[in-house]
Design a protein around this ligand. Structure first.
Ligand SMILES: [Zn+2]
Length: 756
């Protein structure tokens, strides 16, 4: 009975979707009228296939047991997905790598003075949550790639533990040198916290979840609500991934059996000090034992006590030791060969490993990817023939260090640089708005896809819903005007934090990251409570946004794979580069003004006059005012890119006659081959200063923000780190890459202009 109802609904929605693509719809970008019509038909058929119930079933299976790297169920899941792909008629295989994955051997955290307390370091099982009691298989709470250490030292509180917090700490007359610091999660990627702590002389680092950030201040805690309970702990990697992600022992090459490996002692991405994540139940007695000055307003969390800076009298013993074992990875790879352009690849991925059961992270994304693959397999049986080769990847080892995608990307680097046209990522999903981030050459394209997907709850397109939200959220009238009038919504640039990193940042493959969310708040991230029970009670409980993600990412893949002409667009990129350049110029000016003002105030005696003599405070040092930089090369290059982008648009219009692309097959092939390299032009084999693995000169994760993106990173970070000569050099390098990009776009335009 139920199946029958579902079938007729399916037929109905299929008809409705077909009805939304009328014959007079304008052709898709990169398509002729006829190929566009055929594409829209196939896409409509595709979007009717993904089923919420199937996603729910897959999730129940994949998240049934803990499945971190090296666990029995991680391998079991990979084999189960492999069998599914094969059952659907797809060509699939498992690619394996051997990587360094530390697991806890010893974890001790105790308060020795002025009172005694031993931290529990354990998340309790809850009777109502059926998978929370699988303790034998759960990874204990820890931060992977913490250095081994056994230290006893006074405790100091440093807010979020980012560089500005240490500057403030110094001005408050407290040093982290020789101390164990306690910092809260948030405001930067977690791996930055022990790195900065060690740079300031700390000997150990504790990272706790303050209820202000993802606990009871935000909402009811699990299991009454979705937020982090008092004993909930955020596991996670603290590897220095902004240096290079992937297997620490094999930087830049695939971690195959025969790969040459570094000695563990020579690895630079493992933290220098021991670090442990803790719950606020374990943090509270430590924080309560701190004295010294009361912390600044902005540093206060939401525990019911006064927050003090220390140092001491709280004295803490912290011991962390890992088993430094080599573990196997299982990437599941599916290949759909292209019919006419097999040497141009569209790659799509989501990871399958989790810290524990991982229903939200990553299984909610994995199940959407599985339904996409089933949808594409169904179309293939009905006669759909994608032009380009499509590669579906379910990555292992994302959580510890983007291991599966990085090793695969490094192992296939030459082929990918030659063939990959785009990479489409997702990593978990929830209820709410579509978030699109990525390469700006794909901004217009991604907007086009979003205009064809229906929001499951509001029954308007997900694009329209995003636009209306952007109007509601706009901070200035100008921003609101832009959202209303600009044809495309701006997409965010990508930093790091998921599997696109090797593709975009290392190989220069244009990338997109897609997810629904924002109406699914929760604080179970990387805890044992991120499981099927939590997801089906507090997130996308009917999997309707799971279906929307399948529809969005699947349409993206199909539309990229079938286009006559690769649908990159460069005016949006040029516009974005101009904005980045303005930001850089403003950043420098702001720094100059700030330092000038502060130096003046030091001279006037402002700091000494306003310091409370009963509290410690140190006036800031006099600083050299930042010099002027020569931005001219970047200004010229971004103008050149604007001109070439406009020329390309005109050339495209010229060869489009009555909806037909009047380009000879030979020219089309040549143009596609050139366009395929367009993102690569924005990279440099030398990479960024001090981190050559990161080769993209427009986007990179910040060396001191982690996930957070730095755009035109060589220049921006040189300014932030006061390296003036380097800033000037990096301006020239970034400008050269943009000039190369402009030259490529000009050359493509020229080929098209020559067409009769
Ligand atoms: Zn994830």
């Amino acid at each position: 009975m139920r199946a029958g109802v579902r079938l007729s609904l399916l037929v109905l929605s299929c008809l409705l979707l077909l009805a939304t693509a009328p014959d007079n719809a304008p052709p898709l970008s990169g398509y002729s009228t006829a190929s566009s019509r055929s594409e829209r038909d196939w896409e409509s058929k595709f979007r009717a296939i993904p089923e919420p119930q199937k996603q729910r079933d897959y999730m129940q299976r994949l998240a049934a047991r803990p499945h971190h790297v090296g666990s029995p169920y991680d391998k079991d899941n990979a084999e189960w997905m492999l069998a599914k792909f094969k059952e659907w008629g797809l060509e699939a295989s498992i690619e394996s790598f051997d990587i360094l994955f530390p697991t806890p051997k010893a974890r001790v955290l105790e308060l020795l003075e002025p009172t005694k307390f031993v931290a529990k370091l354990q998340e309790p099982a809850l009777a109502i949550d059926p998978t929370s009691n699988q303790q034998a298989e759960q990874l204990p709470t820890y931060n992977a790639y913490s250095g081994d250490g056994d230290v006893t030292a006074p405790l100091v509180y440093v807010n979020y533990g980012i560089p500005e917090d240490y500057e403030k700490l110094e001005r408050l007359g407290v040093s982290a040198k020789g101390a164990i610091v306690i910092v809260r999660y948030g405001n930067s990627w977690r791996g930055i916290k022990p790195k900065v702590a060690a740079e300031h002389g700390a000997v150990g680092c504790l990272i706790y979840s303050d209820p202000a950030d993802d606990g009871y201040v935000q909402g009811d805690v699990f299991p009454a609500g979705g937020w982090r309970p008092r004993d909930g702990v955020q596991r996670g990697s603290v590897m220095d991934m902004p240096l290079y992600p992937g297997d620490p022992l094999t930087p830049g090459v695939g971690a195959t059996k025969e790969a040459k490996r570094l000695d563990l002692k020579d690895v630079k991405t493992i933290t220098r000090i021991p670090v442990l994540p803790i719950s606020y139940a374990d943090a509270q007695p430590l924080l309560a034992a701190l004295r010294g000055d009361v912390v600044p307003d902005a540093w206060r969390g939401s525990l019911p006590q006064t927050y003090h800076l220390g140092p001491g009298p709280a004295k803490v013993h912290l011991k962390v030791q890992s088993n430094w074992d080599i573990k196997p990875l299982y990437d599941v790879i599916v290949k759909i060969p292209g019919s006419t352009n097999p040497d141009e690849w569209i790659v799509r991925g989501n990871h399958h490993d989790a810290w524990v059961n991982g229903a939200e992270d990553p299984v909610s994304g994995t199940v959407a990817l599985l339904e996409e693959a089933r949808g594409l397999a169904t179309l293939l049986k009905q006669g759909w023939k994608p032009k380009r080769t499509i590669i579906y990847c379910v990555w292992d080892g994302e959580e510890p260090a983007l291991l599966g995608s990085t090793e695969w990307g490094e192992a296939h680097a030459d082929e990918l640089r030659q063939h990959a046209a785009a990479y489409v990522n997702s990593d978990g999903n929830g209820r709410g708005y579509l978030s699109m981030s990525g390469s700006h050459t794909l901004e217009k394209f991604a907007n086009g896809v979003a205009r064809d997907i229906e929001d499951p709850e509001k029954k308007i397109t997900v694009w329209k819903r995003d636009q209306l939200k952007a109007i509601a959220d706009a901070k200035t009238p100008e921003d609101r005007k832009e959202v209303r009038e600009r044809p495309d919504l701006r997409i965010e640039a990508l930093g790091s934090g998921s599997d696109w990193t090797v593709f975009l940042d290392h190989l220069g493959v244009a990338s997109l990251d897609l997810a629904y969310g924002e109406e699914d708040g929760g604080g179970i991230y990387h805890s044992i409570y991120d499981d099927f029970y939590w997801y089906t009670h507090f997130s996308d409980t009917d999997f309707s946004y799971g279906r929307a993600l399948s529809q969005t990412a699947g349409t993206t893949v199909m539309r990229l794979a079938d286009a006559d002409l690769l649908p990159y667009e460069f005016t949006g990129l040029a516009d974005t580069i101009h904005r980045y350049l303005e930001e850089l110029e403003k950043l420098l000016k702001t720094r100059q003004d700030e330092v000038t003002e502060r130096n003046k105030e030091i001279e006037e005696g402002v700091f000494t006059a306003t310091a409370d003599p009963k509290k410690t405070s140190v006036p800031p040092p006099v600083e050299e005012v930042p010099p002027h930089l020569n931005f001219a090369p970047l200004e010229n290059a971004s103008d050149a890119l604007t001109h070439s982008a406009e020329r390309y648009q005109l050339a495209l219009q010229k060869v489009t006659k009555n909806g037909e692309l009047t380009v000879s097959p030979a020219s089309l092939q040549a143009v596609n081959a050139q366009l395929l390299q367009s993102e690569r032009k924005l990279t440099s084999a030398e990479g960024l200063p001090r981190r050559p693995w990161f080769q993209h000169l427009i986007y990179a994760p910040g060396a001191y923000t982690g996930y957070g993106v730095k755009t035109i990173p060589g220049v921006r970070e040189a300014i932030e780190q006061k390296k003036w000569q380097e800033a000037d050099e990096q301006i020239v390098r970034a400008a050269r890459a943009l000039q190369d990009e402009a030259a490529l776009v000009n050359s493509v335009a020229q080929t098209l202009e020559k067409e009769p």
